[in-house]
Design a protein around this ligand. Structure first.
Ligand code: ADP
Ligand code: ZN
Ligand code: ZN
Length: 803
């Protein structure tokens, strides 16, 4: 008798354990640990993961597995174990842990098919399959099950003749975008332009644009780039000079691309010193965590590349994590350039199908390296030789939903299982990381110099309060304005950086101060210019933009805040000659837009690149000689103990964008709090001093890295219910924890109400509490076991956001 332990897909307290099922005789050869199966559960049929196969069970009456869902296990042994680790360490349901490791295509809604591999020969397949595949290169999984083909399919899959593919069932709605296309040749456009009357200067400008750009261009982009209205384009369409067309633009960003091969560079002495311990760890199959600490441009990536090369030569595999926004084509090129098609890329810009394809390459061992964002840490490699986390301080490595894991912790766990090194790279390491390196828990490797020996750019901090006193109400200081103008005259490029976080463009009445808030959440609505709408970022509530104040009927109700759009508008007024490319969530929403805008900037099609944090990364163009930070301190005032650290990191990173090549760079940081140490020290790019200052603060306030944190957030529709439940939880935690720990609460969360639910929390600061996880689990169990109470309890062990 063969019995399978199955974790079923019912995320609830009562089902958060393995259930035993009998494996029917005809599936005994087929079903293996790590496969997904369909099992009966109560009256339903549901999915589950087989975690173990055993000979007996303590339960008597077992039901039978209905059928397998995979030809090969989707989780290997190590990942199954890792699922247990994730469950224990992040206090999530096991089913969530397993699901987090798989690409979305494996999570239902997709039609499963079995397809002949490219090099499979039909006539060499067993007769039964020849019949099945006679008319079609793929058959539906459902049919295969019905016809009892799965065991044979499995054998052929093992030989590489077949593979499983997923086809999106309801075709995901692909957004079509309106494009503008010239109908005339450049020469004729020029003639048409010359024949137009003087006053049609806008139309002439559009024609001039198409004389130089024959490619179709997205309408919205054209409008913003030329600062024209849709009517201008419409007029030209009516004259049959241009035409508009809806086009689908999506496709595999790396397809049809050849990557220029690069060779390893002879390492500098510093690089050599830094790489030796890493190579030693690879050679000895010895787990160790390295912090590769070096400013941007100090040669870290070259060290990653050469370490990976060594790993590949030893027949092992490598995972490289890069923050999502840094996963730019430039970054991908460097890995593809060195290792060609041995590299898979995983990031959120890929469609579910594309992601599954990349994942499958890993699973089938067709690649040796995966470069990807956070979830790539679960790449199903079986012989890991190194894990690299670039920009390891980035907060995007923490997942903010279940399982609430930090990729760094998962990396270290996997590297331990695989006896391999972890390399954490950063110019501004997370405080926790640097502290561990100081204590010798991690090994510190330093690259003190930039490769090109260029001095870091000169940074000047401008006090915006002084500007105001001098009568300058613009969002540009006089100095920044002068420098911008100078760059335009010299045909050099500038980057303007708007620290958008903590800022929203809200609508306020100038007469009575009324601010438009979300009716469901205690937070102001954000103004969206493109759609002329007010929107809540927490619950999605949308509303019209008022033209009159609902409180006092004043007409002076305007939007405030400095969104990128507003900056762009102002630039248009004060520097009308400047060509501006704006990069923010609005202009980079579609796939490939990010890349396209950067390319345009690189090609010199604009003088100024204006954007949010997404431009802080990976921008390495020779012609950038000025970086301006418009509002350095907007993040400092967030209720977040990491806000100083984040400000310092961001400012340092942005400053590094200037003068990376021959031309020297200048950086202007505008701020209302020039005296704040994270602004001041970013000015001198002095990480060590910043580290010491910030460590003092953290120590004084009992924050990481001196203390660990755990955050319990409780929400309910009734305020009284939340408060009393939180009181109970706080009391319970206090009773179970030593008096070295600090338990704070009940306190209202920084966002006290979201979607009509009041939110309270309990914050625990502790150093060593071996029993804490059990206590927290008990709290979760109690509330999850009683859904009728309406209370939602969520627990974040090592929270990054205290909202
Ligand atoms: P980081 O990852 O720290 O930003 P990179 O590895 O990208 O640094 O190096 C910065 C620049 O220096 C890149 O253009 C890279 O090609 C170049 N570079 C790195 N190492 C060497 C080397 N040993 N010899 C010559 N050029 C190098
Ligand atoms: Zn008013
Ligand atoms: Zn809301």
């Amino acid at each position: 008798m063969r019995i399978a332990s199955v974790i079923v897909d019912v995320p609830a307290k009562q089902t958060d354990r393995a259930f035993d099922y009998l494996i029917p005789a005809h599936w005994i050869e087929t079903i293996q640990p790590g496969m997904r199966v369909i099992v009966p559960f109560g009256p339903r049929k549901i999915q589950g993961f087989v975690t173990e196969i055993k000979a007996e069970s303590e339960f008597k009456k077992l039901r039978e597995i209905i059928e397998p869902m995979d030809l090969e296990p989707v989780l290997n042994h190590e990942l199954l174990e890792l699922g247990n680790w994730l469950t224990d360490n992040t206090l999530c349901f096991k089913i969530y842990a397993f699901q987090a490791m798989l690409p979305a295509a494996l999570k239902a809604k997709y039609e499963k098919k079995v397809k002949l591999s490219l090099d499979a020969r039909l006539e060499e397949l067993p007769l039964q399959l020849q019949v099945a595949f006679k008319n079609d290169a793929s058959i539906l999984w459902e049919e295969a099950l019905k016809d009892g083909l799965v065991p044979i399919l499995q054998k052929e899959a093992a030989k590489g003749n077949l593979e499983v593919i997923y086809v999106v069932k309801e075709r995901l709605k692909k957004k079509k975008l309106k494009y503008v296309i010239p109908l005339l040749s450049p020469a004729d456009l020029e003639i048409a332009g010359n024949n137009m009357p003087q006053r049609a200067d806008k139309q002439k400008e559009v024609l001039r644009y198409f004389v130089n750009n024959t490619e179709p261009v997205e309408l919205r982009q054209l409008l913003s780039q030329l600062s024209i209205s849709a009517a201008t384009v419409k007029a030209l369409v009516e004259k049959e000079i241009l035409t508009e067309k809806d086009m689908e633009v999506y496709r595999d960003p790396y397809e049809n691309r050849t990557f220029a091969r690069t060779e390893p560079l002879p390492l500098t002495e510093d690089q050599h010193k830094a790489i030796m311990p890493i190579l030693g760890s690879i050679e000895d199959r010895h787990h160790e965590v390295f912090l590769l600490y070096g400013v941007t441009g100090s040669g870290k990536t070259e060290i990653y590349l050469q370490s990976i090369q060594d790993v590949i030569e030893k027949g092992r595999e490598a995972i490289v994590l890069v923050p999502e926004i840094a996963l730019t084509p430039q970054m991908v090129n460097r890995f593809k350039g060195r290792f060609g098609n041995l590299v898979a890329v995983l990031h959120s810009g890929l469609s579910a199908g594309e992601k599954y394809d990349e994942w499958r390459k890993i699973q089938r061992k067709e690649v040796k390296v995966v470069v990807g964002a956070r979830s790539a840490i679960f790449a199903p490699f079986e012989n890991l030789g190194i894990i690299i986390i670039d920009e390891e301080h980035e907060t995007s490595y923490k997942q903010e939903e279940m399982p609430r894991y930090h990729a760094r912790d998962v990396a270290i766990e996997r590297a331990q299982n695989n006896n391999c090194p972890v390399v954490l790279g950063s110019a501004t390491p997370a405080l926790e990381t640097y502290a561990r390196a100081q204590k010798g828990v991690y090994k510190l490797l330093s690259l003190p110099n930039r490769m090109n020996k260029r001095a870091l750019p000169a940074v000047e901090i401008i006090d915006m309060r002084e500007e105001l006193r001098a009568g300058n109400r613009s969002m540009f200081s006089r100095k920044l304005f002068d420098l911008l103008k100078e760059r335009i005259d010299r045909k050099e490029q500038s980057v303007l950086f708007l620290n958008k976080r903590g800022h929203s463009s809200f609508v306020m009445c100038r007469d009575c101060g009324y601010v438009m808030n979300c009716p469901n959440c205690d937070i102001s609505l954000t103004y969206h210019k493109v759609k002329e709408q007010m929107k809540c970022h927490y619950c999605g509530f949308e509303s019209y933009v008022p033209t009159q104040c609902p409180e006092c009927s004043s007409d002076y109700i305007r939007y405030f805040g400095t969104g990128t759009q507003k900056v762009e508008d102002e630039l248009g007024k004060i520097l009308p000659e400047a060509k501006v490319i704006r990069m923010d969530v609005d202009t980079t929403g579609q796939k490939g837009a990010h890349e396209r805008l950067l390319k345009e900037f690189h090609e010199g099609k604009a003088d100024i690149l204006l954007g949010t944090q997404m431009i802080a990364k990976g921008l390495d163009f020779p012609n950038i000689t000025l970086v301006g930070v418009l509002s350095a301190d907007t993040m400092l005032h967030l209720p977040d103990f990491r806000s100083s650290e984040k400000t310092f990191q961001l400012l340092t990173q942005v400053s590094g964008r200037a003068g990376r090549h021959e031309l020297p760079g200048e950086v202007i940081i505008q701020t209302y709090t020039p005296e704040h140490y994270s602004v001041e020290l970013a000015g001198t790019q002095d990480y060590d001093r910043f580290y010491n200052r910030e460590m003092m603060m953290r120590k004084a306030h009992h924050y990481p890295p001196f203390y660990y944190l755990a955050l319990v957030t409780i929400s309910h529709e009734q305020l009284m219910t939340v408060v009393s439940a939180t009181e109970k939880i706080v009391a319970y935690v206090r009773s179970r924890i030593s008096n070295h720990a600090v338990v704070l609460g009940p306190a209202a969360s920084p966002i006290p109400r979201i979607n009509n639910r009041y939110r309270y929390h309990c914050l625990i600061k502790y150093k060593r509490e071996p029993e804490l996880n059990k206590t927290l689990k008990a709290i979760l169990d109690q509330y999850q076991a009683d859904p009728k109470s309406g209370l939602l309890v969520s627990i974040d062990v090592n929270p990054f956001i205290l909202m």
